[in-house]
Design a binder for this molecule. Structure first.
Ligand SMILES: *Cc1c(COP(=O)(O)O)cnc(C)c1O
Length: 230
């Protein structure tokens, strides 16, 4: 077995153990974050059954989507999640190629994605990204704006609101994750169709699962450290 095989199996076992601890067996989806990693790495994860992948950079992500769609080894489709910051001028490529966008943080980007999503494709699944720490340098919207953005997305036919996403501050999971869980449960009362709380990365996966995460975004534990110098 190669490293990626082994590492993805280890991550699956860790997810299962964390689910078991809080009696949430089978409730957490693994998103493999393949940013900066080659197609070969995606193929290796795919061949041990991984079907959901996350990418942060528009052009890199679209290139990989197109390459994988034409690959000999593809047996059933991959679900592609855009998880990086999204500039308006790049939204069209994302609307045309991805299945999910987890980083909706303003009305304008939601409206553009809705207009640009091809009508022959199913609606784009979206999550609202929340800046849970409130630090000015962080992406995502403030807690107070979540309801109005959810309401707007609800009116856009080519978008489907699936839930919330956040990036935890290192060392702050015990403050931030319970708060995210509360907001998620509250939003679900008004929007029964939402089912996704995207929370937890390599460093804070078990804590995120403890506080109700339904989707963990894991990069380095599967693919190894990222090298940005290429
Ligand atoms: C890179 C990235 C991840 C994966 O991080 P790891 O610590 O490598 O697991 C998850 N979510 C987002 C938004 C990212 O940008």
């Amino acid at each position: 077995m190669n490293d990626i095989d082994q590492q993805i199996k280890t991550v699956r076992q860790q997810i299962a153990a964390a689910e078991h601890t809080c009696q949430r067996t089978g409730q957490v989806t693994l998103l493999a974050v393949s940013k900066t990693k080659p197609i070969l790495a995606i193929k290796q994860a795919y061949q041990v059954g991984q079907r959901a992948f996350g990418e942060n950079y528009v052009q890199e992500g679209v290139d990989k989507i197109i390459t994988c769609q034409q690959a000999q080894w593809l047996e059933s489709p991959i679900e592609w999640h855009f998880i990086g910051p999204l500039q308006s001028n790049k939204s069209r490529l994302v609307a045309e190629h991805f299945d999910w966008v987890q980083t909706i943080d303003r009305a304008k980007i939601a409206q553009r994605l809705n207009e640009q999503r091809p009508v022959d494709k199913p609606p784009l699944n979206v999550c609202i990204q929340i800046n849970i720490s409130g630090e000015a340098s962080k992406s995502g919207i403030a807690l107070t704006e979540v309801e109005s953005l959810a309401e707007l997305i609800g009116t856009l036919p080519q978008l489907r609101l699936r839930g919330l996403m956040t990036i935890g501050t290192p060392g702050n999971a015990q403050q931030e994750f319970p708060l995210m869980q509360q907001i998620f449960e509250k939003l679900k009362v008004h929007y029964p169709a939402i089912d996704t709380l995207s929370m937890g990365m390599t460093a804070d996966m078990a804590q995120a699962i403890q506080y109700g995460s339904t989707l963990v975004r894991i990069g380095s534990a599967i693919f190894g450290e990222r090298d940005y110098h290429h």
